[in-house]
Design a protein. Sequence first.
Length: 94
Amino acid sequence: MPEPVVDDPGPGPATPPDAAPEPDAAGSGGLRVEGLSVVYPAGRGSDPVRAVDDVDLTLPRGRILALLGPSGCGKSSLLRAVAGLEEIAAGTIA
């Protein structure tokens, strides 16, 4: 009887997890978002939409972040603001 096939995870990550830098000051070259808000202007007969509200985030260089959430919760607005594609209403991105 043939042996069962087991998925081979491959050689592993190119950089060991302990080689990633520790979270520290913004001078580390990572990403720091403080108090970020994105507000879309009011349309005819509607109020402004606050898509992102007072978000703080620190991501050290070399780390990966996944944003998960339901449709309409501000994931794309946050990423567009960080990329400089969306005007921010408040906060800083460094």
